[in-house]
Design a binder for this molecule. Sequence first.
Ligand code: ADP
Ligand code: MG
Ligand code: ZN
Length: 373
Amino acid sequence: MKIAWLYGSHNISFNKPYTWMCLGVRGSGKSALLEHLAEQYLAEGHTVLDLFAARSGESLAWLRSKYATEKSILVLTGENCVAAVPHADVKPASSLTLEDFSTYDIIINSCVFYPNIDAEFEAVNSIIDLLWRRRRWTRLVYVLVREAANLLYARMKIAETQSLAKSFMAYWLRESRHSGCSLGLDSQRFMAVDVDVRSLIDFLFLKALGAGGLSRDMWFVYRYIQPSWLQYAKPNQFAVVTRRGDVGVGVFPLPPWHAREGEDVAFKLGVHVAFEEAPEKPVDRGRFKTVGDAEHSVIVAAYIEEPYGMVKLARRMGRSPATINNVIDEHNSSVEKIGYCPACRRVKGAYAEKPARKSRLNIQQVEAENAGG
Ligand SMILES: Nc1ncnc2c1ncn2[C@@H]1O[C@H](COP(=O)(O)OP(=O)(O)O)[C@@H](O)[C@H]1O
Ligand SMILES: [Mg+2]
Ligand SMILES: [Zn+2]
């Protein structure tokens, strides 16, 4: 990145938890610039959290960068997501710890690994809340938020009103440095219009602004830069305004791994994603407790591994032989009809695809029990 200062000047350091924002129309090179900044933080040994991307798979493009082999990468997923991701460790966002921010160099949270937008927003919120608890650190975390307005929508899910969500945004911008976080946000307009939010931004990058141009309180920039230049700036060009009011223009290189619009990065990288149903829990029905998936699979496994023991097994499980019998029937009928038992599969049971054969002895035992009481 190269900057020529037109008014004042500012020595930019990537060892400070600055907040950065890129403003510009779609395709003006905002995300590419945020990624370039991320690379500068990485070069200084800091951590990058690619928290949010509205376009599917945009943040997965890290996996085809040189960092895929040079750095350690963690990919976060939804609760019931099974994912195979080349060059990365994978774990649910809910088990992310503050330690992971020192273990990993790049942490990617991508919508590709969530079954729906609600699950994704919930994860985004929980990651932000976790970061807030960071008290001691040696590395900065550069948090990349592509299309930051979406973060506001995510927050609106838990804040009652839009104004509460906005004040959260202001709070986050103001306080993030205290938890060692540097924020890189991009926006097509939305928040940058908001003066309270803008006053908290250390570096505001102006990319091609289109017909809209600058809001009134930013007009001083036109003293140094022609409106038409800002309107049509090329993707590698930007103007920059610091919090103090320094003004400059600059250029930056396109990260070669950057995802192009409409590109299916997940597919190209061979990322595999599947969503499992959540295991069914037992339900207490007063005199009777239903058999949850976990118990179901224990019963099936015990039955297959120790044949001829339905009554003994019933006693051991604290169940009636009829219940055991029902479990085995259910299991077998699923395996027969659809090739696997969903209950066993949900808890990753070893016999999800195997029927549990009943012996004649077992059937007689159950019939005798049932007749007897
Ligand atoms: N520094 C750059 N040099 C050359 N081309 C760039 C540069 N930055 C962005 N581009 C081009 O602009 C396109 C859009 O960039 P992107 O960052 O995705 O836009 P935005 O996030 O503003 O919608 C890129 O796919 C790339 O072709
Ligand atoms: Mg973008
Ligand atoms: Zn089963």
